[in-house]
Design a protein around this ligand. Sequence first.
Ligand code: SAM
Length: 213
Amino acid sequence: MSDRAEQKMRFLFALRSKGVTEARVLTAMENVDRGDFVKGHFADRAYEDMPLPIACGQTISQPSVVGLMTQALAIQPRDKVLEVGTGSGYQAAILSKLARRVYTIDRHRRLVREAEAVFAALGLTNITALVGDGSHGLPDQAPFDKIIVTAAAEDPPGPLLAQLRIGGIMVLPVGQSDAVQSLIRVTRTDAGYDYDELRPVRFVPLIEGLGQD
Ligand code: SAM
């Protein structure tokens, strides 16, 4: 077996052992090569189950956390999904394998441009990447079946709650940025919102306004 094939086998094994067990999610993660989203110095660590630095002082999330968040969204093939926090584009690429349409938004123009280039190179045509403050959501495209936020806010942003379809699910980390945060799942019902706490996590903060680059 080649080194790359062995690295990928270990990668999938690590995902399973951390609780990513749903076949559709594992297949999507097998078909999206994390190596395409990690550049430069850290490229040879792309198959390790750890967050890694990307441009603009941000991070590509830990693969097992990406898998667990994707699994918690219970994505259906007809779903329209909003991701806040494009970063490298890795999470959006996985979502694009499972959903009909993915909108992803980041406050850093450079990250959005670089992610768009990878999506184009991989032929992922059902992703729209936008520059903006994702805490306001994307009112023009609302409501969304699923929303995922990959940066931590103290509380779920009101506009995102409002842009979730009834029956829809949002998964996001909440808590202060310098402390351990909780990953939560919010389900919108006819009567309001149900909240489940999933596990402790640590994410970069959700910051208001646009980045400088
Ligand atoms: N999902 C990404 C991936 O797959 O590589 C990882 C995202 S990284 C942990 C968090 C991202 O959230 C950063 O790229 C950061 O610029 C972005 N971010 C923080 N606050 C934001 C906001 N208000 N609106 C949009 N993006 C934001």
